[in-house]
Design a protein around this ligand. Structure first.
Ligand SMILES: Cc1cc2nc3c(=O)[nH]c(=O)nc-3n(C[C@H](O)[C@H](O)[C@H](O)COP(=O)(O)OP(=O)(O)OC[C@H]3O[C@@H](n4cnc5c(N)ncnc54)[C@H](O)[C@@H]3O)c2cc1C
Length: 641
């Protein structure tokens, strides 16, 4: 019986695993995405343990929409690849419902993402540690991040011409994910960098060093030798697919965890015995001898916990699910939002817009598939970035008004962890090394407000809010696992977020008017200069045009239970003996970065801790309760002790 009977419109490959082979493992991982495949690959390095992964999507190793760098964005809102989620209408964003793409394919969102490879500011990770998570400061994080990648350094000519500078020792040398600098640059990007320099920004030598303020060219998750996307499925899964102790079942939907219910009146941690899942509408159960690891992402990991009876009483009651454990599941959701200004370029520049021309696109494809070393525009990725503190585009009085506004919010309604996080964010306003805003230089038209004009080349400047104060939530509304949860990020519910983002968008025009960039800019298309002039106009534009940067975090926050945390610093769900969460949902406070590197690091660290705990359990024997004794017994039985 195969597991991949879903209607297919794009190529996929069967992993060869059937429900009959998928009955019992030491570790059951829910979600074969970014973190899930990382955990699976690392745990299955030990041939004495067995690992089973449940993935709802299919494996698409030969799919150009995933593999070709230029194809970013082509898979979004296509159900062959994407869960196609949407938020509730957002009260503070003119009632708009935002799309929330999330990967539904082997490799998860790493198969859909825009390839940007960054890390953020060191102080942000130290704050995550200070929230009550020892072992999660910058030094720990950077170590696990290096473990996940192999950096392919750029040539010196490329570095010189495009400011693609780097400090090689910051990067990994033998991790599965391949990272490199873009293979192609528009000539319009260097003038943008020059404009930023004229506005007082410095060139950061390596934005991945933990100091990311300034302008810099960013690496991407592109394998410079094969010229394709490097992501969880081809880096962590494909090389290990023949391991006898690793089985990945695709086209399989996990519906809930099964817990041994505590005996009447007894206290103690809940023990998960396995996971219920469906394939082609039929129900199955897989037993977990040691642990269940939830890696279903920021939307689906909290959904699965709630469907299993772990969450807030009022949420579970309303959804008709019996509560087993009270936890702040689905709260503290944070997200980067971005908003785009587009500018018409003077004739003579080549950008991604040229790909709309059939002849150009055909020739570009021939270059990509040809024998030459240069793969051209098809192998290119976003590369121009700037991270700036608020003072770059706001006065001291305006920054004080932001602080006052945030302090006026009644934070007492939120958990202690959220309150602490907000204080940390406010302190960051006085840290000149901590960026609040990201600017991305897109080599082409990237706006949402109006369509591009035929034959016109553009550049776009994306302003992305990096330290959002608004907190949202994700909760089930029904006990049906096929029903999407209710996603309410509560965008701009703290007005400071709107104030900051709208002022940042306005500042894009200051960049376009600065030396060098001015010489090649014909004019702004969006926001329409005739319509959007005042600060209030820009606030309206931002409410109407902001979109997700796809960096949702926080719904299973890693913090002590008393602070509203869902998992502890070893990623164990509070109150359970053998359930961990390892994915973007555990990140409790946002970082100024694209976050896939952080998620791989979460996966790497999770696997490391699981191995450590198993070894400790084996060493202490079967005397301790819960998880430790289960693991020790299991190891002992394998060794025939
Ligand atoms: C469109 C897009 C662009 C992005 N661009 C960038 C970028 O350029 N750079 C960057 O750093 N970050 C980017 N990100 C963010 C980054 O890719 C994600 O944060 C990260 O990949 C999330 O990893 P994860 O392990 O938490 O979840 P995912 O990688 O999404 O994995 C979750 C997996 O669980 C599976 N799953 C969920 N529920 C079930 C279930 N019930 N049963 C079975 N399987 C299930 C899913 O199908 C999926 O494969 C982007 C994200 C998106 C969506």
């Amino acid at each position: 019986m195969t597991t991949t009977a879903a209607p297919e419109t794009t190529p996929f490959t069967d992993t060869g695993v059937t429900v009959d082979d998928f009955t019992e493992f030491d570790y059951v991982i829910v979600g074969g995405g970014t973190a899930g495949l990382t955990v699976a690959a690392r745990l299955s390095e030990d041939p004495s343990v067995t690992v089973g992964v449940i993935e709802a999507g299919l494996w698409r190793p030969e799919d150009p929409k995933i593999n070709l760098p230029i194809m970013i964005g082509q898979t979004l809102m296509n159900p062959d690849y994407d869960w196609c989620l949407q938020t509730e209408p957002q009260e503070h964003s003119n009632g708009r419902s935002y799309i929330w793409p999330r990967g539904k394919v082997l490799g998860g969102s790493s198969a859909l993402n825009f390839l940007v490879w960054q890390r953020g500011y060191s102080g942000e990770y130290d704050d995550i540690g200070r929230l009550g998570n020892p072992g999660w400061g910058w030094d720990d994080f950077a170590g696990f991040c290096r473990k996940s990648d192999t950096f392919q350094p750029p040539s010196s000519e490329l570095q010189k011409a495009n400011l693609a500078t780097c400090d090689e020792k910051v990067h990994g040398t033998d991790g599965p994910i391949q990272t490199s600098f873009s293979a192609w640059y528009t000539e319009a990007q260097r003038p943008w960098f020059d404009a930023l320099k004229s506005l007082g920004l410095n060139n950061a030598v390596d934005g991945l060093s933990g100091k990311n303020t300034g302008l810099w060219a960013s690496p991407a998750t592109v394998d410079a030798k094969k010229h394709v996307r490097s992501y969880a499925a081809n880096a962590y899964f494909a090389p290990n697919k023949d391991r006898k102790n690793l089985k990945v079942i695709t086209g399989a939907n996990a519906s809930r965890l099964e817990f041994e219910k505590p005996k009447d009146g007894a206290s103690g941690d809940l023990v998960a015995t396995g996971v219920h899942f469906t394939v082609d509408g039929k129900s199955h159960f897989v037993k977990a001898r040691r642990e269940v690891v939830l890696s279903a992402g920021t939307v689906k990991s909290p959904q699965l916990l709630e469907l299993s009876g772990v969450g807030r009483a009022e949420v579970l009651k309303a959804a008709g699910v019996e509560q087993l454990l009270e936890l702040d599941v689905g709260e503290n959701v944070q997200e980067h939002l971005y908003c785009t200004a587009s500018f018409k370029l003077a004739p003579g520049h080549i950008t991604w817009d040229k790909m709309r021309n059939d002849d150009f696109a055909k020739a570009a494809m021939e270059t990509y598939h040809g024998d030459g070393e240069d793969r051209g525009i098809i192998a290119s990725a976003f590369s121009g970035f700037a991270y700036v503190p608020l003072k770059q585009f706001m006065s001291a009085e305006e920054i004080q008004a932001i602080k006052d506004g945030v302090n006026r919010v009644d934070w007492s309604k939120y958990s202690k962890g959220v309150q602490e996080g907000i204080k940390m964010q406010l302190a960051r306003l006085d840290d000149e090394e901590c960026p609040f805003m990201e600017y991305i230089f897109a080599p082409g038209f990237f706006a949402t407000a109006s369509p591009p004009q035929d034959g016109q080349e553009y550049y776009s400047i994306l302003s992305a809010l990096q330290q959002p104060f608004s907190r949202g939530n994700i909760h089930i509304t029904s006990s049906d696992p096929t029903a999407a949860p209710r996603i309410d990020p509560r965008y701009f519910s703290v007005d400071a977020d709107l104030e900051i983002l709208s002022k940042a968008v306005r500042y894009s025009s200051t960049m376009a008017e600065a030396p060098s960039l001015k010489d090649i800019t014909v004019g702004r298309q969006d926001p329409d200069p005739e319509k959007y002039k005042t600060e209030d106009d820009f606030r309206e534009f931002t409410k109407d045009q902001a979109v997700t940067e796809y960096h949702h975090i926080g719904s299973c926050s890693m913090m002590p239970r008393a602070k509203g945390g869902v998992v502890d610093e070893r990623l164990r769900v509070h109150g359970t003996a053998n359930v961990r969460v390892a994915d973007a949902s555990i990140i409790p406070l946002h970082v100024s970065s694209h976050i896939v590197s952080a998620v791989y690091a979460v996966g790497e660290k999770a696997a490391h801790m699981i191995k450590e705990d198993a070894a400790a359990a084996a060493a202490t024997g079967a005397t301790s309760g819960g998880l430790l004794s289960r693991i020790a017994n299991d190891i002992a039985s394998k060794l025939s002790l």
